[in-house]
Design a protein around this ligand. Sequence first.
Ligand code: GLN
Length: 189
Amino acid sequence: MTIAVLAVQGAFIEHEKMLQELGADTFEIRQKSDLDRHFDGLVLPGGESTVMGKLLRELDLYEPLKEKIKQGLPVFGTCAGLILLAKELSNDEKRHFGTMDISVKRNAYGRQLGSFYAEETIEGIGIVPMTFIRAPYIEKVGDNVSVLATVDGNIVAARQGNQLGISFHPELGSDLKIHQYFLDMVKGA
Ligand code: GLN
């Protein structure tokens, strides 16, 4: 199984290491020609969504990747990657792929709580460590979206078909359960 990791900006290397540890092959998407390779799933890492969105468009990656996601390519967005997937951003004019029927608030925890740690249950996965870094959360979900986890009443993980979005950084630390869940999603797709 081959997973492509968007590598134009942000924390992509850590995702690759975890996916490789679980036996997946990975490669990085940095330019349009990388899309010629076959891949079974896509990871959109954390970082800065505004920068990633801009680079996606400048590098002509935006349309082809959006089309693949719409066609059902399994995708896993974390933090800024979640923001890229959201159909609506409640505190930003911009939209990126907009393929997931969720409304997301960027930097939702404000300045004081710029980053923090929690442990919570994700439905279908179990208890996982959650590292939040200037994190977004999901304010609203559409009918086709399942909420998988909340922290203090805020939605931090959700799934819509082959799209998985979480607001924290699962690639920091050593717990591989969420990446395994994504690989199982890819297998089942
Ligand atoms: N605050 C970032 C954004 O709005 C997301 C932070 C992250 O990915 N750790 O894009």
